[in-house]
Design a protein around this ligand. Structure first.
Ligand SMILES: C[S@@+](CC[C@H](N)C(=O)[O-])C[C@H]1O[C@@H](n2cnc3c(N)ncnc32)[C@H](O)[C@@H]1O
Length: 407
């Protein structure tokens, strides 16, 4: 297989895709075929991995080291702002694959993507639906759009419709869409997406939840409400533009730099058990983003209970508005600063989660209605939580394991 000014062997792509299949994130024949057909190296010209120095494609193509990163399970940051914060990227391949599988795409479907980025995902979707003309992708950044149009055309997907604008508005001119997918972290659901969707359509959104982005898969129910489930856990860069509001969470980092905790309490039992069953993490940087999955499950719940819920390099738990008091779970225990009040509240939230059966993310039922709409069947139930967002109200309800097994 010829590269642009270089050579990318079939073996490179082969082992990249085999890795995604082996990890269980690529599961269907259509998605696997797409990953084998689309060359990721054609969708980046310059990138960073983490805070490392930039890699740039030269006249002779990519260096072997850069190519190794392009075909690793790494997000490639392609644009940064003046402070170095990522503004655009090619998302991590395992997240791209998980989302493509969750979309249940079929040949002939019309798709809208919010967050064109490099165009790589748009090209993959074009392969799965069988025609680039069925894919519309939007990016808010005019430089990204200009570059992406060129990259898509060079890779053979020039018929993908690339729109420059705020994805919150969708793109009515190409509606109705069978699928709407956001590949950027959204603080809310845009009702334009719902209106531009086919009645049988599906919406897949990384929806902000305490600074992370659980992946919410929603369909339009008979009642006119969007209902669905959480199908994964992601961490995207945040959407800019009209939906650039902070959610209900304070996301206040603790002000504990250099201050030893007042106390370190034992881990809560289910979190301790999950930790014992998980593989050790030696890198302290990795500790906070590679948590055992039950820890993410609890964090999701803590965010439902308390807008002071926080997750960051210091741990996960609760942080007071002034930042001086915190109760944060880490592998070595629950670190407490500024009195035991927050610790007790965190413990209460944990007890409540445990009484509900320590539900995993996939056990939550999600309903999204326009803000102000009534959700009568849920009022007063203890197992139901409401997240008020700028435009919508999200109602989250735990489903029992037995209830789920009976389906
Ligand atoms: C993680 S990247 C998308 C990755 C992309 N799907 C790919 O395959 O490379 C997120 C993109 O969302 C874009 N973005 C941010 N806010 C947006 C908005 N309101 N509307 C459309 N795009 C937006 C950013 O400019 C960035 O390019």
């Amino acid at each position: 297989m010829e590269g642009i000014g270089g050579v990318v062997g079939d073996g490179v792509i082969g082992s990249y895709v085999d890795g995604l299949v082996g990890r269980g994130v690529v599961r269907s024949a259509g998605v696997e075929r797409a990953f084998r057909a689309v060359r990721r190296d054609l969708f980046v010209e310059r990138f960073w991995v983490g805070r490392d120095s930039a890699y740039e494609v030269g006249a002779d193509g990519w260096s072997a080291e850069a190519l190794g990163l392009v075909y690793a399970d790494e997000a490639l940051i392609t644009r940064r702002d003046a402070d170095g914060s990522p503004m655009s990227s090619a998302s991590q391949p395992s997240v791209v694959a998980m989302m493509l599988e969750a979309l249940d795409l079929e040949p002939g479907m019309r798709v809208l993507e919010i967050g064109a980025g490099t165009g790589y995902n748009a090209a993959l979707m074009a392969e799965v639906v069988g025609d680039p003309r069925l894919v519309t992708t939007i990016d808010i950044d005019p430089d990204v759009v200009a570059q992406t149009r060129g990259l898509l055309a060079r890779a053979g997907y020039g018929a993908v419709e690339v729109i420059c604008g705020d994805g919150a508005l969708g793109h009515a001119a190409s509606a109705p869409f069978d699928r709407v997918v956001a590949t950027v972290g959204c603080s809310d659901i845009s009702w334009d997406w719902v209106e531009q969707m086919h009645p049988d359509g599906l919406l897949l959104v990384p929806l902000d939840h305490g600074g992370s982005h659980p992946l919410v898969k929603l369909r339009l129910g008979a009642t006119g409400r969007m209902t669905g489930r959480i199908v994964g856990w992601t961490g995207f860069m945040r959407m800019r533009g009209d939906l650039e509001t902070s959610g209900p969470w304070a996301l206040r980092p603790p002000d504990v730099d250099g201050r030893a905790p007042d106390a370190v309490r034992p881990l809560f039992p289910a979190l301790e058990r999950a930790l014992a069953d998980s593989s050790p993490v030696t890198d302290t940087e990795a500790e906070w983003w590679r948590m055992p999955s039950a820890w993410y499950d609890f964090h999701f719940f803590a965010c439902l209970c308390d807008r002071r819920a926080y997750r960051g390099p210091e741990g996960l738990g609760l942080v007071d508005d002034d930042g001086a008091s915190a109760a944060l779970i880490r592998r070595d225990g629950v670190r407490v600063w500024g009195g035991s009040g927050l610790y007790e509240e965190l413990e209460t939230a944990y007890g409540r989660w445990e009484r509900l059966g320590a539900p995993e993310l996939s056990l939550w039922e999600v309903e999204v209605v326009p803000r102000g709409a009534q959700s009568p069947e849920f009022v007063g139930s203890e197992e139901v939580f409401v997240v008020e967002r700028g435009r919508s109200r999200q109602v989250v309800k735990a489903r029992g394991r037995a209830e789920r097994a009976a389906e």
